[in-house]
Design a protein around this ligand. Structure first.
Ligand SMILES: Cc1cc2nc3c(=O)[nH]c(=O)nc-3n(C[C@H](O)[C@H](O)[C@H](O)COP(=O)(O)O)c2cc1C
Length: 190
């Protein structure tokens, strides 16, 4: 089962991407296979034209289709998720998240837009038929520290939220795998 780590920050030194990677590392410790996709690394002109036949965009869309779960990470821009992330989500089919669990994640400059994921991104994910949208994780810049030696360090409340989110996602994927295994066994028996 693959979890896609989808990053929607235009910044190459993105704190949001670091938090996303941190969660990916935690998922890997639980035995999850992860794949990484940063929207900023996709070809901009093709993205603006919504050219789903562009080979790189087609590969990115296939990565989403192949994933059982998606962690969607965005910085908060103007009280919502980034336009870059929306460009990519608009390329996906209307039911492009069908059957998938989704963990929304954001970083912001302050607590002012703590609810932005819930009022702005969550309805979009629901409209794309996500099976299960986990509680959102929101961290301010002050709650995330990074240096090249120690890597990403999280303030205690965020570390706790991240641990809960990872545990919930892992439990959901395990349950799905067990249901799929039982269904396959019944088919063999029938
Ligand atoms: C264009 C722009 C708009 C922003 N708007 C908001 C905002 O409305 N609310 C907020 O809390 N932070 C806002 N910020 C701050 C970013 O959300 C914050 O610095 C975030 O951690 C950046 O993440 P990144 O390093 O992954 O790009 C804005 C930053 C930029 C560049």
């Amino acid at each position: 089962m693959t979890v896609l780590l989808l990053g929607g920050s235009p910044s190459p030194q993105s704190s949001c991407s670091r938090l996303l990677q941190h969660i990916g590392d935690k998922l890997a410790v639980h035995g999850c296979r992860t794949a990484r996709l940063e929207v900023r690394e996709l070809p901009g002109p093709a993205l603006l034209r919504m050219d789903a036949n562009d080979p790189e965009l087609a590969r990115a869309l296939a990565q989403v289709a192949a994933a059982e779960a998606v962690v969607v990470a965005t910085p908060i821009y103007k009280a919502a998720y980034t336009g870059m992330l929306k460009l990519f989500l608009d390329l996906l089919p209307q039911d492009g998240l069908q059957g998938k669990a989704v963990l929304p994640l954001a970083t912001g400059g302050s607590q002012s837009h703590l609810l932005a994921l819930d009022y702005a991104l969550r309805p979009v994910l629901a409209s794309m038929s996500a099976r299960f949208i986990l509680p959102s994780i929101y961290a301010t810049s002050e709650q995330l520290a990074w240096d090249s030696e120690r890597g990403t360090r999280l303030a205690a409340p965020i570390a706790e939220r991240v641990a809960q989110g990872v545990d919930q996602l892992v439990a959901d994927l395990a349950l799905r795998a067990s249901i799929a295994g039982t269904a396959a066994a019944w088919q063999v028996a029938a």
